[in-house]
Design a protein around this ligand. Structure first.
Ligand code: SAH
Length: 263
């Protein structure tokens, strides 16, 4: 193999192949440089380029992390392409917004890995007429994905600072998202029943109020388990009872009450 750039360590001659012979001579290079500098519009397309770069990263995220792993619902794929995940992560972490892992969002909480967001969203079988309850607003990213696909989203967050920040961000983007600060274990009784419930923090057992607030025929996607590794399950309400289907082992932050005690 002749073209082995990646094998060239320090002091190792690297074969640049034909590229060298295509470079213009020094005077020509200098001219091009000066010409470019003269006509570079000041302070322009940097922001645009960044948005384009994020869009490319988003496409790549959907293809490699989500489609390649078997998510096929066109609506879910479309929503994952549409929502600007980088706007939901802290500014200092935007460069990693489309990476294949969760990220910290402050207050010891995290925004889920993109694949898990897509998997959970597909799990509720989203339809345009649906009214959905989310427990654990966090950054607001999952709520935004749901808002792209469903008529209305009711999202509850127990950490006030996170909930307020997400609410502010979502207000301008998705008027069909309603955020409440409170204990999601209790659900949102005044707005029940819900066509689907998506829980992004893990209780040891499925909360009874959530079970009651799920419409007949509705689906709930929830991580359940006492330890740091839980099982992601899909529960379908049939004749008032929940049918349980286990999906994959996952790791979510625990569901806690107002005093920080784990459910
Ligand atoms: N869906 C979020 C990820 C949230 S991480 C996103 O897209 O970014 C889980 C969130 O659940 C945390 O923000 C945590 O504060 C919240 N949480 C934990 N227990 C809760 C409870 N009882 N009620 C509501 N939110 C809770």
């Amino acid at each position: 193999m002749k073209r082995s750039l990646d094998k060239g360590g320090f002091g190792t001659p690297v074969d640049l192949g034909f590229c060298v012979s295509r470079l213009p001579g020094k005077p020509v290079l200098a001219f091009i440089l000066v010409f470019c500098c003269l006509f570079l519009p000041v302070g322009s397309p940097a922001a645009d380029t960044t948005e384009e770069a994020y869009a490319a990263q988003r496409e790549n995220m959907v293809a490699r992390q989500i489609e390649d792993r078997g998510i096929s619902d066109p609506g879910v794929l479309g929503a994952m392409r549409a929502v600007k995940r980088h706007e939901f992560v802290p500014e200092s972490l935007r460069g990693s917004a489309y990476a294949d892992h969760p990220l910290p969002i402050g207050e010891g909480q995290t925004i889920s890995q993109p694949y898990i967001v897509a998997l959970m969203t597909e799990g509720i079988r989203p339809k345009p007429h649906m009214k959905v309850l989310e427990i654990g607003t966090g950054s607001g990213y999952q709520a935004a994905i749901l808002a792209e696909l469903c008529e209305s989203v009711y999202s509850i967050e127990i950490v006030e600072s996170l909930g307020r920040r997400a609410e502010k961000l979502l207000r301008g983007l998705y008027p069909n998202v309603h955020v409440r600060i409170g204990d999601g274990y209790q659900g949102w009784r005044e707005e029940a029943p819900f066509d689907a419930i998506l829980v992004t923090c893990a209780p040891a057992k499925v909360p009874r109020p959530l079970e009651e607030q799920l419409r007949e025929g509705g689906r709930m996607v929830i991580p359940v388990g006492e330890s740091w590794v839980q099982e992601l399950v899909v529960l379908t309400k049939r004749n008032g009872r929940l049918e349980r289907q286990e999906i994959i082992p996952v790791r979510f932050v625990p569901m806690v009450d107002a005093k920080g005690r784990k459910y």
